[in-house]
Design a protein around this ligand. Structure first.
Ligand code: SDX
Length: 374
């Protein structure tokens, strides 16, 4: 048994998956064989959610049934609503996200049933209810009344409606929809692998997704989109960007929104998201962040040959859409619930307890000395 340590499981293949793959031959992330940018151009988020969960793109009849199911499940229990109102307003929305999923687990009648059909039903409930619960907290922490979900609105429209009380113009909704498609799934990233590890002991989907949310919160993972906005706010103006980023690199700082474990020549999702960031900036008549974006990117590539990842364009896009900065990663959550759920079901379908080895470097064997002699 080789004792060679691969810290961070760097380059280690631990299992098979059919959910997604970054295909070098087309330099694109693919979901069930479809290129993500192709899906962004031709589908709305609900079609992609169906694809990731079920393995095929829906036809019209299947899509209508899926949407009907998702919209029906948006309703929150009175208990959960009351609990959300009791959450401290200073709580980080990512901690709220994992808490509300945990509470849903307490209420769910099928928690003990890990069959494929029950897990798909539970996945739909978590998928439908989490945005509603998060939007309820978004309002509650501002001392505003919760806005109930509307069944005649799409997943993306409804999130804007519940947070802001209105649905923006269709180009803004499309940009949001595209961000959800790009965020939906990315193979064995750390939060998905966390979900699979929890599942491997045959624990339940609510626990696995709660763990995944905790992992996604980290700034090296999903929390990066929030950190990108903090960085841009520190830079403040485009004329400060060049000095700021060179100073950061001189100090050997980790620059959020850049780098990736898998992509070493650029995250295939960035060009699409960058394009929609530009569309939103144009509509909002605010080019400042785009200018900062381009200057920082240029220096990162020139000095370190480190390219942006998907969190870099999504951060400023969500800011321009009007979302609070600490709500950026929760938006990642409401999309990634689809990918996590697909992997949880895949893990159940061909499970093996995940239990790696450690190379021990602690004390050798020694005898215990009684307390009165120590
Ligand atoms: C996501 O895995 C996924 O698929 C994740 C994700 C998904 O969809 O699920 O794509 C979403 O999490 C994207 C990543 C978001 N995180 C960030 O933007 C945080 C900043 N990025 C870095 O922390 C880093 O790039 C990682 C953690 C994302 C990846 O790092 P690795 O693969 O562990 O590589 P590393 O940290 O060892 O870096 C290798 C070298 C180091 O330099 P040396 O020590 O060898 O001199 O590159 C440097 C690093 O210092 N480097 C960076 C950097 N990223 C790597 N230097 C400055 N800024 C950075 N962002």
């Amino acid at each position: 048994m080789s004792d060679e340590i691969k810290k961070g499981l760097l380059g280690i293949v631990v299992d098979e998956t059919e959910v997604s793959k970054v295909m070098p031959e087309i330099n694109s992330l693919t979901y069930r064989g479809y290129a993500a940018q192709d899906l962004c151009a031709k589908c709305k988020f609900e079609e992609v959610a169906y694809l990731i969960l079920n393995g095929e793109l829906p036809n019209n009849k299947q899509l209508k049934a899926f949407e009907k199911q998702e919209r029906k499940e948006r309703k929150l229990s009175k208990t959960l609503l009351a609990d959300i109102k009791k959450i401290p307003r200073k709580a980080h929305p990512m901690d709220v996200a994992r808490t509300v999923v945990s509470i849903m687990g307490l209420e769910d009648n099928e928690t003990k049933d890990n069959s494929p059909k029950a897990n798909l039903r539970k996945a739909m409930r978590i998928f439908a209810k989490t945005p509603v619960a998060l939007a309820a907290f978004y309002r509650a922490r501002k001392g505003k009344k919760m806005i109930p979900p509307k069944k005649n609105l799409s997943f993306s429209e409804n999130f804007f409606h519940m947070c802001f009380g209105k649905v923006p113009k269709k180009e803004i909704v499309k940009a949001f929809d595209v961000s959800l498609i790009l965020y939906a799934e990315h193979s064995f990233n750390v939060s998905t692998f966390t979900a699979r590890t929890i599942t491997s002991s045959l624990s339940d989907i609510h626990g696995a997704i709660t763990g995944a949310i905790a992992s996604l919160k980290g700034p090296l993972h999903g929390g990066a989109n929030e950190e990108v906005m903090h960085m841009m706010n520190k830079i403040k103006k485009p004329e400060n960007a060049l000095k700021w980023i060179n100073n950061a690199l001189d100090k050997k700082d980790v620059v959020m929104g850049f780098g990736h474990r898998v992509y070493k020549n650029g995250d295939s999702r960035v060009p699409t998201m960058r394009n929609y960031f530009g569309k939103v900036a144009k509509i909002k008549k605010d080019k400042k962040f785009e200018k900062i974006y381009d200057i920082v990117e240029k220096v990162m590539i020139e000095r370190k040959n480190i390219h942006p990842n998907v969190d870099y364009p999504t951060g400023p896009t969500y800011h321009l859409m009007g979302f609070d900065t600490d709500f950026f990663t929760p938006i990642f959550v409401i999309s990634r619930i689809t990918g996590w759920s697909a992997h949880i079901m895949e893990q159940h379908a061909a499970n093996k307890l995940i239990r790696p080895l450690a190379s021990y470097k602690g004390s050798q064997h020694r005898k215990v000395v009684q307390l009165n002699q120590r």
